[in-house]
Design a protein around this ligand. Structure first.
Ligand code: SF4
Ligand code: SF4
Length: 223
């Protein structure tokens, strides 16, 4: 799932400062699950914005809405009736949703209310961790299901850097050393021989570093 967090309120207030009719649009998908950009967060943001303007003695009209997914036009259409009245939309979707909305309604100013962090998984209640950088050439079959590109601070492909202490990464001791986890898992499976196989440098052009990628399915019917 895509994970993100709401921008600092100070930044949101600055972005919205020139406007007094504001629609706050939540997204009902990933950002609802990670409690950053769903209806609840849209209503909370609307409430603090009203209080902020009240304290400044400036009137503001704010409405909070949510659509099922902001990355798809058919869901964004459900906001069309409200759109002409509002000067600006603060989108609490991920960067994909914000861009989708801007492309779909180019005449309307759509501002990002969220900082998108990447692709993560829920670790426990209230904690999500980034685990995949979408490199376009997955090697989890060789690394016991642990992504060294994302979870190793140096993105090493052929084993640890040697700097870890007590299973922690030398770059940030809050993180476990990815290669220590990989080693432990391979050892438990009796597959340490996989560490002896040299992995050549990846073809990074298949990842984002080759520019934005596309997924096209020619077998899908066009309607
Ligand atoms: S190897 Fe690539 S595709 Fe697989 S989890 Fe890591 S970044 Fe994602
Ligand atoms: S300590 Fe482990 S996770 Fe950190 S950079 Fe070195 S090999 Fe990667």
């Amino acid at each position: 799932m895509i994970i993100g967090q709401r921008k600092p309120l100070k930044r949101i207030f600055e972005m919205l400062d020139p406007y007094d009719r504001i629609l706050i649009a939540g997204c009902g998908s990933c950002v609802t699950v990670c409690m950053s950009g769903g209806l609840k967060e849209a209503e909370e943001t609307a409430a603090v914005l009203r209080l902020h303007r009240q304290a400044e003695g400036r009137p503001v009209e704010v409405r909070a809405r949510v659509v099922e997914r902001q990355c798809e036009p058919e869901f964004l259409e459900t906001l069309d009736a409200d759109l002409p009245h509002f000067q600006v939309v603060l989108s609490l979707a991920c960067g994909v949703g914000v861009q989708r909305y801007s492309l779909f309604r180019p005449g309307k100013l759509i501002l990002p209310g969220l900082d998108t962090l990447g692709s993560g998984l829920p670790v426990r209640q209230g904690l999500w961790e980034e685990v995949c950088l979408g490199c376009g050439d997955c090697l989890l079959d060789q690394t016991a299901g642990v992504c060294p590109i994302t979870r190793c601070a140096k993105g090493l492909l052929n084993g640890p850097c040697g700097g870890s202490r007590n299973g922690r990464c030398e770059a940030n001791t809050e993180n476990h050393c990815a290669w220590q986890i990989i080693y432990d898992r391979l050892a438990a499976r009796g597959e340490l021989n996989l560490l002896e196989e040299y992995r050549p440098p990846k073809d990074w052009s298949r990842g984002h570093w080759g520019g934005p990628r596309r997924l096209e399915r020619e077998d899908m019917p066009i309607v």
